[in-house]
Write a new protein. Structure first.
Length: 205
């Protein structure tokens, strides 16, 4: 998993509340077994018409936001089903962070497991960011994870909270597999001795 330390990027304002996981990655694209390749289907039903032609006024179709790596959204982002494909699709598209007033719990947890940073800011701060991005064109934000700050082009600073353990994992690029592999020697030693120990216990019984 790629570490997240300090990231600056174009921010796409998706001014909608209750964006569910089926909107993020529609169910017809969940047949893939790899974690990669989902970015092309991100927000598919909003990005494309039924005939497959692009919806030109959708935010990610606009030239100013095609290379966005930070997503700004409304409350309750990631609600709906618990599919882990949602953060996979966001990350594969290029998003490293999502800023919203609130997130659905399962989606929020899945983001950390996949290297996407979900940032909760007060609603008034999110609305201020929407206004600046949409009306003033201040599209670039900097997210400083060690300092736990979002910084705008105007110099405004928005502090955010994050669990210390999750912060450490993101800073070091550790997912569940990497955390397990840190104990590889102990696991190998157990696998070597466990069969013998079980035979002794069975014999004693």
């Amino acid at each position: 998993m790629k570490p997240f330390v300090v990231h600056s990027g174009i921010t796409a304002p998706l001014h909608r509340a209750n964006i569910d996981t089926d909107a993020i990655i529609p169910k017809q694209f969940l047949k893939r077994i790899e974690r990669t390749g989902f970015g092309q289907f991100l927000f598919y039903d909003w990005r494309y018409r039924a005939d497959g032609t692009p919806v030109e006024d959708f935010i990610l179709a606009q030239n100013a936001y095609r290379d966005a790596t930070i997503l700004l959204a409304g409350p309750n982002f990631g609600c709906g089903s618990s599919r882990e494909h949602a953060p996979w699709a966001l990350l594969d598209y290029g998003f490293r962070a999502i800023i919203a007033p609130s997130f659905a719990d399962i989606f929020y947890n899945n983001c950390f497991k996949n290297g996407v940073l979900p940032i909760v800011l007060p609603d008034h701060s999110v609305q201020r960011l929407f206004e600046q991005i949409e009306s003033q064109g201040n599209r670039t934000l900097t997210i400083d994870l060690p300092a736990q700050e979002v910084r705008g082009e105007d110099g405004a600073v928005y502090p955010f909270e994050i669990d210390a353990y999750r912060k450490k994992c993101l800073l070091e690029g550790l997912d569940d597999i990497a955390l397990t592999l840190r104990h590889e020697q102990a696991i190998s030693a157990y696998e070597t001795t466990a069969p013998h120990a079980r035979r002794i216990v069975s014999a004693g019984a």
